[in-house]
Design a protein around this ligand. Structure first.
Ligand SMILES: [Zn+2]
Length: 296
């Protein structure tokens, strides 16, 4: 999936933060980092393991907002990761501004988005290079370290590709949609294969699929052209590969060598692909109500 040529994306939507790479992780921290990584992975609220992060030796903040991602052409958005992030967020804004009130009685209010380098402070705790992207409901902000996208392919075997990166951003936006429609408030904070935590993650995948399916028909109000070229089968595979790579069973097998459904918090790779596809094909908020679905 590529941004339609001729498209332009204004600057000022995504904040930049972070004071460069952190000094590194103190000795003995590997196990803790792995736990943090799993818990943070595209997760909702990392506050629970804040204490664990404190033990990794990552200290200090000094990482306030230092500016914004500037204006980008579609060509830049197709080649530069920061531009791609900014453009993806704007395409998501346009899609949900139209879609959410049309299908629900909820108005879309955009989340803040922070692109950080190294580490930054959120109201859900410290975000570091090891955490991966996440959504913090306490400050309604999506935090993304674009370096995460390299690890997505190198460590978890995703095939990479721009749509995979867009999927991750769209998934975090999915959590914001869940915040707006009240699903995040309603869900328990439990774990396990049939838990609300897993359902919340799968619902965000479904919302990401909705956007992927609709983005090629969403017109940029500033240019009058659609945001994205139609999605190809190969590109859809990239997105699904990213979804599969961050499934709990895949992460657990890669890191621990075995699968324990009791500690699932994101769902299996197959479930994540299924719900992404449901959103992509149906395009309906109601079809993505994983929280109340009989079978997931
Ligand atoms: Zn998530």
């Amino acid at each position: 999936m590529s941004f339609q040529s001729g498209g332009n994306f204004k600057g000022g939507r995504v904040k930049r933060a972070g004071g460069g790479r952190s000094a590194g992780v103190a000795g003995g921290g590997l196990g803790i980092v792995v736990i943090a990584l799993v818990a943070y992975f595209l997760g909702v609220d990392p506050a629970l393991i804040e204490g664990a992060l404190d033990n990794t030796g990552i200290t200090g903040s000094g990482s306030g907002v230092s500016g914004y991602i500037g204006a980008c052409t579609a060509e830049q958005a197709n080649t530069d990761r920061q531009c791609r992030l900014s453009a993806t967020v704007q395409a998501l804004d346009a899609y949900w501004t139209k879609t959410l009130p049309a299908q629900t009685n909820v108005k879309y209010t955009p989340p803040d988005v922070v692109s950080f380098d190294g580490q930054t402070q959120s109201r859900c705790g410290v975000a570091s290079a090891a955490t991966g992207p996440f959504y913090c409901p306490a400050d309604q902000t999506i935090y993304v370290d674009v370096a995460f996208f390299d690890r997505l392919s190198s460590r978890y075997g995703a095939s990479g590709g721009p749509l995979g990166e867009m999927y991750v951003v769209a998934h975090e936006m999915g959590h914001h949609i869940e915040y707006l429609i009240g699903a995040l408030h309603e869900a328990d904070n439990d774990e396990g294969a049939n838990s609300d935590s897993v359902r919340i993650e799968l619902e965000a995948d479904c919302f990401a699929g909705m956007w992927a399916g609709g983005a090629a028909t969403t017109v940029d109000p500033n240019t009058g052209t659609t945001f994205l070229e139609p999605i190809t089968q190969a590109q859809l595979k990239d997105a699904l590969s990213a979804a599969a790579a961050v499934g709990d069973d895949h992460i657990q097998k890669t890191q621990a060598g075995y699968v324990n459904p009791d500690t699932f918090t994101h769902g299996t790779s197959q479930q994540r692909m299924n719900w992404f596809t449901t959103g992509y094909e149906k395009g309906k908020v109601a079809s993505c109500d994983v929280l109340h679905a009989k079978n997931i």
